[in-house]
Write a protein that binds this ligand. Structure first.
Ligand SMILES: Nc1ncnc2c1ncn2[C@@H]1O[C@H](COP(=O)(O)OP(=O)(O)O)[C@@H](O)[C@H]1O
Ligand SMILES: [Mg+2]
Length: 492
């Protein structure tokens, strides 16, 4: 369990347990201080079509609401109750949402009908799913069609097909994540859907489609398989859940309450390593490479699919270092002189291997936006959960508000600037939230300076004029343009 902020999953990501975050506000980017809103629910309705955001409160007001948030953080004794609530009732909506915006997960138990009416639908259905109410059974049929199933299969039977050990490795408000130990380990992201307080079927469809489409791209998680299962939670997973709870204290409810009619979507993903939040960074080579590779991955996504991640916080960036065995072939090719050719205690060549051997993988496309090549309808999330815009205490939360300004609520349109916002967030986390050893030589110092320079270049403006884009002065309209600039600027 993270000692810091819960950043995984809608509803969770807005709560911080990390008092250090509140104490560190002064070092935060300007956006953290100035972006706040005083929009009430009434105003939400009144201005429903305008999508504008009121900006006004000063840092002092921000501090106050943050303090209130801290007070309201659950104590251990309240945890069970909190698990049931799964909402941040103390947070007020701060953005005007479109009038056609739907409420999140307001379906009743009987809403999801497992009968099959159609096996496959047209691509255009996605646009329909976004904009008008669809019968849940139709959505379910479409989802089943996407995974080549006629009907949901038994959850227990499906889990039994894995002969190797299974460990729980992560959790979010609406999902549990397990790892299956094999030569090539796989990750099972298990998402109950379709009932009250669960993910909407349409959101599962979007995440699945985007994950599938990006699967073959460098820097994106590989989807090996997706299945729709039905039934109670298998005991082997409950056991694992208990073990995780004992060791790391889960914030979720023990998943033994699901009814036999419960549906789950399971994404079987390749294992992408450790998320950036939980990874210790060893030097500035590594730090530079994480930023560079994240920017490149976003640039590739933009070029191919008009992709915007829209939720690239550090829990959604996985890092894998190649192990020593994988590196040995590289070491074979290096002459001994190269190792000697260094006046530092750590040979230059060896350190550059560390950087080169790093792989990054972007995950979690719950809020992402993309458009299939040749298709006119984009896949996107409507950002119709007001809580998304009311989080406090971390730059991540400002990014959702900044994105709303960039997109003006037109979430289906293409705004690659949102990728620049997340890259700015990433630079902030790397420069100010990670403890990285001081540069040990000139090369490392240069890489740190590069990152600092980029942090300034990508900064959203302090106080955008009403209706203006916070990134209007930023030289980079997209991750692709930033990638090109980096390639020209730095030839290494
Ligand atoms: N493919 C993967 N490889 C390794 N860890 C993963 C993988 N997918 C998810 N995780 C872990 O599980 C956490 C939650 O997964 P994520 O897909 O972000 O779920 P959510 O949409 O609920 O936030 C991640 O932050 C990460 O720690
Ligand atoms: Mg996540």
């Amino acid at each position: 369990m993270s000692s810091g902020m819960r950043t995984y999953g809608t509803g969770r990501r807005y709560v911080s347990k990390d008092n250090a975050i509140w104490a560190s506000l002064d070092e935060s980017p300007q956006a953290l201080h100035i972006l706040d809103t005083n929009v009430t629910n009434n105003e939400l309705n009144k201005h429903a079509s305008s999508f504008s955001i009121e900006i006004g409160k000063k840092a002092s007001c921000v501090k106050k609401s943050e303090d209130e948030s801290v007070k309201l953080l659950p104590k251990a004794a309240d945890k069970t109750e909190e698990r049931h609530k799964k909402s941040n009732s103390h947070l007020v909506p701060t953005i005007i949402v479109p009038s056609h915006g739907r409420n999140i997960a307001k379906t009743s138990d009987s809403d999801v009908n497992t009968s099959i009416t159609e096996s496959k639908m047209t691509e255009n259905l996605n646009a329909g799913l976004q904009n008008r109410p669809q019968r849940k059974s139709t959505q379910l049929s479409y989802l089943l069609g996407l995974v080549d199933q006629q009907i949901p299969i038994s959850f227990r039977d499906y889990i039994k097909t894995f002969k190797s050990s299974i460990y729980k490795i992560g959790e979010a408000s609406y999902s549990e994540v397990f790892k299956v130990e094999k030569d090539e380990p796989i990750v099972l992201k298990i998402m109950p859907f379709g009932k009250e307080n669960q993910i909407r079927c349409s959101d599962i469809i979007n995440e699945l489609k985007i994950t599938k489409r990006l699967s073959s791209l460098e820097g994106y998680v590989d989807l090996q398989e997706a299945v729709i299962v039905k039934g109670t939670y298998p005991s082997i997973l409950i056991k694992e859940w208990d073990r995780y709870d004992r060791q790391k204290e889960s914030e979720n409810e023990r998943p033994d309450f699901f009814h036999s009619s419960q549906l789950f979507c399971i994404l079987c993903l390749s294992h992408g390593g450790t998320d950036l939040e939980h990874l210790e960074l060893s030097d500035w080579f590594e730090t530079w490479n994480i930023f560079l590779k994240a920017a490149k991955a976003l640039a590739t996504g933009e070029r191919k699919f008009e992709f915007e991640h829209r939720d690239m916080h550090w829990g959604n960036i996985l890092i894998k270092r190649r192990n020593d065995e994988d590196l040995s072939y590289l070491l074979d090719e290096v002459s001994f002189d190269e190792f000697e050719d260094s006046n530092t205690s750590f040979p230059v060549s060896e350190r550059s291997f560390t950087a080169d051997s790093l792989e990054i993988t972007l995950i979690d496309f719950t809020l992402a936006r993309m458009r299939h090549t040749g298709s006119s309808s984009p896949i996107f999330n409507e950002f119709d959960d007001p809580e998304l815009f009311s989080g406090r205490g971390d730059y991540q939360f400002d990014i959702y508000r900044l994105m709303a300004k960039v997109t003006k609520g037109q979430w289906g349109e293409y705004f690659p600037k949102t990728n620049i916002l997340w890259l700015h967030y990433l630079l902030y986390q790397l420069l100010y939230k990670k403890t990285i050893p001081k540069p040990r030589d000139l090369r490392e110092q240069q890489l740190k300076e590069r990152l600092t320079k980029l942090f300034k270049l990508l900064e959203p403006v302090r106080r955008p004029h009403k209706g203006s884009c916070p990134l209007q002065n930023c030289a980079f309209p997209s991750a692709a343009s930033l990638d090109e600039w980096i390639n020209q600027q730095y030839d290494d």
